[in-house]
Design a protein around this ligand. Structure first.
Ligand SMILES: Nc1ncnc2c1ncn2[C@@H]1O[C@H](COP(=O)(O)OP(=O)(O)OP(=O)(O)O)[C@@H](O)[C@H]1O
Length: 942
């Protein structure tokens, strides 16, 4: 809206509601004309889009344009069909209501083009998933022609969809890359659509052009892959009829029986062919051009359809020769073509043509629209009676809905509703459709009545029943002037569009009712198409023709209803936001209630009481003039605003800088003071500094906490935190230990306990201890099978907990003998292969002696008074530390281990004593020494 206001001098108003003289048809048409002259073909009436057919390609449908309209508020940028598309889509998403877009206008006004644009917009901008998005892109890239297929050429419109709209996506691949790309595209497209579309079939048409498409044919390789023909031929028979290349035709014929058509496909082909024939007839005689249907082509089609060629030939009886000497079917007139068409439909499929078209309609394009959850309704039939009647109904519905929503808005805003003068054509609709009294009822009755029925008797019946109706006129009922321009078979209805003549009726009412139902159940959007001239020429604006359409489409009524007293309405925020620079009290920001702000603003601007009203959330402005004046004021103020904003901005920046400087200086000052007072008690002078120091320490500590129990590092705390820091350190250590212990397995725990015990006994006492630290203690040094079975049996319930190979030395001669030492829970035994030689009860054990060197000697001291014992036991073991630790722990005699430097004394028997001397030497040696001592030489440990 805003941009519209700025540009209004150049191109009129972008929204008719801003037309000052909104009751003037001339002003309305002048606005259309001015805009049309600037190639601005779209104009709003509120939310209705009026579109004037430009009859030339405009650069306004690109991807960039689509992006401009995505998610943008309806009035923010210039009117466009994309704005309607986008708005509808978003309304569906946000309000979760079905939407429909009603496109109306006479033949050639651009309805089909409009729906194609809408469809393309959705295909490109509202993908349902990535895959669809990719397809949308390609759709745009490959410059598709979303073409209405099978449309006939009428006198009014070369492209007319006279037989009902059924479109399909027909791609124009001229100039597009050929080969695998296209084929993949087709395959992919049909798959996607199929996925999204359940059992409904979606058909892709490839426009088979003479010659130029050999590449595609090669790619499809129909000779070898006849099933690919599927992608070529579906529904495209009309085109086939214009295939001139004999080879292509051969390929096609060859492929057909292999593929086989489903009933539905056959139907499509029939319709296609029929329509092509139909097209031929409506041409304006460009002989030798596109629309020629030759005898050969007719035969081909007949062959393809599997029908007798005579059915076709008979229908098209006029033949003549072309310049080349080919026999050509000459153009038929409209009626001849229609009956040919109907006859063919009946002959081939046993159905009426309308039935076939409806069926096709159902299957085809609307499928694609369904994918996006949209329905685009186009109404065609305008039979004239039906066209007019349909228009009456649509107009009535439109007025009703618009009035209702207008009234609702006024009500919500708390603004009094002012009666709007418009032609309510309910009276006309009633006249047509009312039960018993309506024209349709009378017609039905007349048709069912026994005896001769003709137009005249029907007209007489109408005159009888409706004679007094103010909107019904016939030749007989009319005054002299009207009588001169009316024929005797016509009746005339008088309504908003002036007078509309009617001469026949059909069963049309029911299908129209269906349309109404659809419209009522969905949220409608409107596109009103206007044809600017009959010559299909760009740049020509035929005022008479346009005036007729403006009347016929009831656009003035639309505008009158939409204006309903006020030209413009806007939410308070938006209004205030835009115009606040115009009033010192509202600039730069208004801080009170929005309504008060708006009031202050309009008072300042000098709005008169009758010029505006404030609703609950919107301001309503009665005359466009008021708004334009305000816009002009804004425009004039713009340079000032720029300066205001700039100086305001500069001042604010300077103030911010000064404030930051002040804060920084304060901070530094507090820091210095705090530092000076840092050793004092916590006081206002040092609180900031101390807090900061503490905070920094704790923050630093958090980052540098020791990660393992072995890591003894700890950040140095500030004096005020020494105690707390120590506390934290211990807590942290304990935490780590607890965490560590929780993770220790029972096996490992046992190992650790033994190792700790070994450390208690041997650390710093015995040379070989450090070496043992890194080696794990084993559960046993003997495998189960190394212990004799008889020994195990003898031990019975006393299970061997640990076993190891040892050397026992005779007490007297020190003769070495290999033995096994087995530990049970309560005693140890010395075993010689199968025999237990000695049992040593732990309870009786008086002590265990080892040397301080690295040898493996150890002595078990036994009580001398025990007669059974023959004295102490002298043993040697490679795993002395492990063995002694385990033995001492099992015997619960850890404190009985004695580590002697130099020598060990032991009891030989009854008071006699033996001595073992320990020395360091170059190699390990155990031998008899001087004075009967045993000499043990240990290697030095490094
Ligand atoms: N927006 C547009 N831009 C360019 N050309 C257009 C546009 N709209 C319509 N036309 C031109 O006008 C021709 C007729 O338009 P279209 O076929 O859409 O009319 P219609 O209202 O669907 O007619 P009918 O009711 O007879 O089917 C198109 O073939 C095209 O050449």
């Amino acid at each position: 809206m805003e941009s519209a206001l700025t540009a209004r001098d150049r191109v009129g108003v972008q929204d008719f509601v801003l037309l000052e003289n909104y009751n003037s048809e001339a002003a309305f048409i002048e606005n259309l004309r001015r805009r049309f002259g600037e190639n601005l073909i779209y104009t709003y009436i509120g939310s209705v889009l009026v579109s004037v057919n430009p009859y030339k390609e405009l650069e306004i449908y690109s991807k960039q344009q689509m992006d401009r309209y995505r998610g943008v508020s309806f009035y923010e940028i210039s009117p466009h069909i994309y704005a309607v598309s986008d708005n509808t889509y978003r309304a569906m998403r946000t309000e979760r209501k079905d939407q429909c877009i009603l496109i109306s206008g006479e033949s050639g006004a651009g309805k089909t083009e409009a729906s194609k644009k809408i469809l393309l917009y959705y295909a490109v901008t509202c993908p349902t998933n990535d895959h669809m998005a990719a397809l949308g892109d390609r759709l745009l890239q490959s410059n598709p022609v979303l073409e209405a297929f099978g449309n006939a050429k009428t006198l009014r419109n070369d492209n007319s969809s006279r037989f009902g709209k059924y479109m399909d996506v027909q791609f124009d691949f001229r100039g597009a890359p050929v080969g695998g790309h296209i084929l993949n595209y087709l395959l992919e497209k049909s798959r996607v659509v199929h996925q999204n579309h359940g059992e409904r079939n979606f058909h892709i048409f490839y426009q088979l052009l003479d010659g130029g498409d050999d590449n595609l044919l090669n790619t499809l390789d129909l000779e070898r892959n006849p099933q690919n023909y599927h992608y070529l031929v579906k529904g495209n028979c009309p085109r086939l009829s214009s295939v001139s290349d004999k080879n292509n035709w051969k390929v096609v014929m060859k492929a057909l029986p292999i593929i086989g058509f489903t009933e539905e496909e056959k139907l499509l082909n029939i319709i296609g062919s029929v329509l092509h024939l139909g097209n031929t007839q409506f041409g304006e005689g460009e002989e030798g051009e596109t629309y020629i249907t030759t005898e050969t082509q007719i035969n081909n089609i007949a062959k393809l359809l599997g029908v007798d060629g005579s059915a076709l030939r008979e229908a098209l009886t006029h033949k003549k020769l072309t310049a080349k000497g080919e026999e050509m079917i000459s153009p038929l007139n409209f009626e001849q073509a229609v009956s040919a068409r109907d006859a063919l439909a009946k002959a081939v499929y046993g159905r009426t043509f309308t039935w076939l078209v409806e069926k096709i309609n159902h299957i085809m394009l609307w499928g694609l629209l369904d994918i996006y959850g949209f329905e685009v309704l186009q109404h065609n039939s305008f039979e004239q009676f039906c066209i007019n009647y349909c228009n009456e109904k649509l107009q009535q519905l439109f007025i009703e809905l618009t009035l209702r929503s207008e009234q609702e808005e006024y009500e919500t805003e708390g603004i009094a509703w002012e009666t709007v003068q418009y032609f309510d054509n309910k009276i006309i609709c009633d006249l047509i459709e009312e039960k018993h009294k309506g024209i349709i009822s009378i017609l039905d009755e007349e048709c069912l009545r026994p005896g001769e029925t003709c137009d005249v008797s029907f007209l007489e019946k109408l005159e009888d029943t409706l004679g007094g109706h103010p909107h019904f006129v016939t030749h007989k009922l009319a005054n002299g002037k009207t009588r001169r321009v009316m024929s005797r078979e016509e009746f005339r209805l008088l309504h908003y569009a002036g007078e509309v003549n009617y001469n026949a009726a059909t069963q049309f009412k029911n299908s129209l009712m269906k349309l109404m139902e659809i419209l009522m159940s969905k949220e409608p959007s409107y596109v009103r198409c206007i044809k600017p001239n009959d010559a299909k020429q760009p740049g020509r604006f035929d005022e008479v023709l346009v005036r007729h359409q403006v009347k016929y489409l009831g656009l003035m009524e639309n505008l009158r209803v939409r204006r309903a007293g006020f030209a413009y309405r806007r939410r308070f925020e938006a209004f205030l936001q835009r115009y606040k620079p115009l009033c010192p009290e509202t600039w730069p920001n208004w801080h009170g209630r929005l309504a008060d702000g708006v009031l202050t603003l309009v008072n300042h601007l000098g709005y008169k009481a009758e010029e505006y009203k404030l609703g609950r959330s919107k301001i309503f402005i009665r005359f466009p003039k008021t708004l334009f004046t305000t816009e002009d004021a804004l425009e004039a103020k713009k340079p000032d605003i720029v300066i205001m904003i700039q100086s305001g901005w500069r001042g604010m920046k300077a103030r911010r800088r000064a404030k930051r400087r002040r804060q920084a200086a304060d901070l530094i000052r507090r820091f210095i003071k705090g530092f000076i007072y840092r050793h004092e008690e916590y006081c206002p002078e040092n609180e900031y500094f101390l807090d900061h120091v503490r905070y920094s320490f704790l923050k630093n500590l958090r980052k540098n906490l020791p990660k393992s129990v072995l890591d003894k590092s700890w950040p140095t705390p500030p004096p005020s935190l020494v105690e707390a820091s120590e506390h934290l350190r211990r807590l942290h250590m304990r935490n780590m230990v607890i965490k560590y212990c929780r993770r220790v397995q029972p096996e490992w725990k046992k190992q650790m306990m033994q190792k700790v015990e070994a450390s208690e006994i041997f650390k710093d006492q015995k040379d070989s201890y450090p070496q043992s630290v890194g080696r794990l203690f084993l559960d046993s040094r003997l495998e189960r099978e190394q212990i004799n079975l008889k020994v195990v049996q003898t031990l019975g319930n006393d299970k061997v907990q640990y076993g190891v190979a040892v050397i026992k030395y005779d007490r007297r001669g020190f003769k070495p003998r290999p033995r096994q030492l087995l530990l049970t829970n309560t005693f140890a035994v010395l075993v010689d292969r199968t025999k237990i030689k000695q049992r040593i009860d732990y309870a009786a054990l008086r002590g265990i002696s080892v040397s301080s060197l690295s040898d493996g000697m150890f002595v078990l001291h036994m009580p001398s008074e025990d007669n059974k014992q023959k004295g102490d036991v002298v043993l040697q073991c490679t795993h002395v530390i492990e063995l002694v630790t385990k033995l001492a722990m099992m015997a619960n005699k850890v404190n009985y281990v004695n580590i002697s430097p130099g020598s060990i004394r032991f009891a030989v028997a009854r008071g006699k004593e033996g001595i073992i001397d320990f020395v360091r030497g170059s190699e390990l040696k155990v031998a008899k020494g001087k004075r009967g001592h045993l000499l043990v030489v240990s290697q030095r440990q490094f």
